[in-house]
Design a protein around this ligand. Structure first.
Ligand code: SF4
Length: 691
């Protein structure tokens, strides 16, 4: 775990799904020097601004350092006894589905595993969902639909080998900067870059071709590409015959409106640009299509994912170096959460709720029960909280009062819930002000465990400092509540290494010979091996042999079709898009501590095309109120030709605690993709007015 010089500790960045390795050298009391780990395969020594300035965020300012019951400090025993008693009583009175956990892609895999085990195997409900639902659950659903298991069939090495990289709905230069550096290196070596994004982002500025498509027209674009490839003879008939199930009416259904002119009209792009993209794609077998929140955070997000996967399956561009569809995750451990079943829609170790899987997991856990069916996904969970059907909620390491769509309703639901527990590193968040019990959790630099990044590389996060005050790791807090609920034997963990080994054993338990997520060998490793664990990627090159983890071993093409793109509403003439800034993370509880990071964007801006600004009387640098049917908030105006006319963009980071405006969570509708349950953040009807 020590760097070669023996001074720094090898750990992993706290922020995004790129999962960069860090060498952290403690230089004083709560002081640490940060450098990129030259041996980590994700970043090879490089860090972006957020990772570089992690050292500015490890102070104790604003930390929760003792358990609190209401406004009073309490002992751990008293707080944990209260949490266990209230959950037990609620379950006894109203049943297991009357309680819920809402957790986070910031948790380490070991934390996630223990919380999932408690809820699904011991409480007997699947009402545990995660903020990763807001980030990439459409990719999970799309992978499962096409491959039979949620597997990302790509690695960062594929970017080096690609001759064409297509970025869909991803401002990679800002949101995954180190991956973007790798893409730039590939381009310098001759690869071409196409960016598909309604906005002319910093990423799009540098692309060989930018298609500023109409929001929500991705299926039409990909179906058009698919049929262009078919006409061009690029569809791999031999691969389809050997490895892919093609529904009988697939080509007819996906073919409607797929000619170049119709697609150009639907997507609102120039036919010549569209043709250029199609020709580039058809001519380049080594193509990686990387997609992110612009694809996932849509009301047809899963269909959009499958439209991309269809093209790669049909052209046989999968399971080969430099040829793959690549979902890149937002959070540092969204992938680890997927592996342990941290989503309400999966059980554990990439298993679903099929009877045989339920029986196997229950046998492995020796648990008294097992969740019968998927639980409430995030938006439904908070709706049921508001309806009074969820009567006790535990929020871990996330801030749904800011980040959920229709956040005003989420706040009201939290305020009305009879019992809310929040475990967090921050003393007061917009969520924790509604908690009856607040539990102090260990932060980055204090806790030990593992994370899985976007290309399935598992890395260790390691403690640099002693636990401050009375803070405890999340896995410890959960196991202590489980013990007090009567399940001490099943949760008798003393260290994260024990949880890791159990998780690895479960991944290979009763293997059916097809499951790709399996960590053989890891389960036998001792504590010293865990301490010294070097980053490793599981799964090799998935699907290299053309076999998929479906009952018949074949992948499946999904006959997805473009839904009509609704015209603007009279009172809501604009389309609101949301996203991230380069130097901030989520609701700024950590990055907000760094003065250097604040310099990049000091306040929340609404970006507006010049035509819309002129019509609404907005001036660059003035203030404007952005309104939707859900709520409204104030922003500084930036007139920008990077926006398409009729579309505006706002950042997600600011909260009531950081600014008087920029409360973006209040604006989107609580509408979700029907397959994945992921909210459609990317296209809300909106209006704007000068202030
Ligand atoms: Fe951290 Fe992501 Fe930046 Fe890497 S790219 S340093 S993981 S924020």
């Amino acid at each position: 775990s020590l760097s070669p010089e023996g001074r720094g500790v090898r750990t992993t960045c706290a922020y995004c799904g790129v999962g960069c390795g860090i060498v952290a050298t403690v230089t004083g009391d709560r002081q640490v020097a940060i450098a990129g780990d030259p041996e980590h395969p994700a970043n090879r020594g490089r860090l972006c601004s957020k990772g570089t300035h992690l050292g500015e965020t490890v102070g104790l300012e604003g930390r929760l350092l003792a358990p609190m019951i209401g406004r009073r400090r309490a002992s751990w025993d008293k707080a944990l006894d209260l949490v266990a008693r209230r959950f037990r009583e609620t379950i006894a009175r109203h049943g297991p589905n009357s309680v819920a956990f809402y957790v986070s892609g910031q948790l380490l895999t070991e934390d996630y595993y223990v919380a999932n085990k408690l809820m699904k195997g011991f409480i007997g409900s699947a009402n545990i969902d995660t903020n990763s639902r807001l980030c990439m659950s459409s990719a999970v659903a799309g992978h499962s639909r096409a491959f039979g298991e949620d597997v990302v069939p790509a690695s960062y090495d594929d970017l080096d080998a690609a001759e064409l990289i297509v970025l869909v709905g991803s401002n990679t230069a800002w949101c995954h900067p180190i991956v973007y550096q790798r893409i730039r290196s590939a381009c310098e070596a001759g690869a071409k870059l196409v960016v598909i994004d309604p906005r002319r982002t910093e990423t799009a500025e540098e692309a060989d071709l930018h298609l500023a498509i109409r929001p929500g027209s991705d299926v039409a674009l990909m179906n058009g590409l698919l049929h262009w490839c078919r006409e061009a003879g690029v569809v791999d008939a031999a691969y389809l015959a050997a490895h892919v199930s093609v529904p009988e009416d697939f080509w007819d259904r996906t073919g409607e409106g797929s000619d170049l002119w119709s697609v150009a009209r639907t997507c609102d792009v120039a036919p010549a640009d569209l043709r250029r993209f199609f020709e580039m794609f058809a001519a380049t077998p080594r193509t990686v299509t990387m997609f992110s929140q612009g694809v996932n955070q849509a009301l047809a997000g899963t269909d959009q994912v499958n439209a991309i996967l269809n093209v790669h399956l049909a052209t046989g561009r999968i399971g080969k170096p430099g040829a793959a569809p690549f979902s890149i995750t937002g959070q540092p451990n969204a992938m680890g959460g997927r592996e342990v079943g941290g989503l309400a829609s999966t059980l554990a170790a990439h298993r679903d709720f099929a009877e045989a899987n339920r029986a196997a997991v229950q046998r492995f856990w020796a648990s008294p029960t097992i969740a019968e069916k998927p639980g409430l996904k995030a938006v439904d969970l908070f709706r049921e909280l508001g309806n009074g059907r969820i009567k006790a909620l535990w929020v871990m390491a996330t801030n749904p009062a800011v980040s959920m769509p229709d956040a005003g309703a989420v706040r009201a639901a939290l305020a009305a819930c009879p019992f809310v527990v929040v475990s967090d590193v921050v003393a007061e968040t917009d969520t924790s002000v509604h908690a009856q019990v607040r539990l102090p959790a260990a932060a980055w630099g204090e806790k030990d465990g593992t994370v899985t990044n976007s290309d399935r590389t598992i890395s260790r996060q390691r403690a640099l400092f002693p636990l401050p005050g009375e803070a405890k790791p999340d896995w410890w807090i959960v196991k202590e509540v489980a013990r007090r609920m009567g399940w001490g034997t099943a949760f008798a963990y003393d260290r994260p290494a024990e949880i890791w080994r159990e998780h690895c054993r479960l991944s290979t338990y009763a293997p059916d010979g097809q499951r790709l997520f399996a960590l053989p060998g890891q389960a036998a490793k001792g504590n010293a091996d865990y301490e010294a664990m070097a980053p490793f990627r599981w799964g090799g090159t998935p699907f290299a042999d053309g076999r998929y983890p479906t009952p018949d071993g074949r992948a499946r093409l999904a006959p997805v079709v473009q839904k009509a793109v609704a015209p603007p509403l009279k009172d809501w003439p604009l389309t609101l898009n949301t996203g991230r800034y380069r130097d901030q993370w989520h609701t700024m509880t950590r990055t907000g501590l760094s003065p250097k990071l604040a310099r990049h964007r000091e306040e929340p801006l609404v970006e507006v095309h010049g035509d819309d600004a002129a019509r609404e009387g907005l001036v660059d640098g003035g203030l404007a109120r952005v309104c939707t049917p859900q709520g409204e908030s104030l922003y500084r105006v930036r007139v920008s030709e990077a926006q398409r006319p009729g579309e505006i963009f706002v950042p997600i980071h600011w909260t009531d605690r950081t600014a008087s405006g920029g409360r973006t969570g209040l604006l989107p509708r609580p509408l979700v993709d029907p397959v994945s349950g992921q909210p459609g953040f990317k296209a809300s009807p909106a209006a704007i007015a000068a202030v």
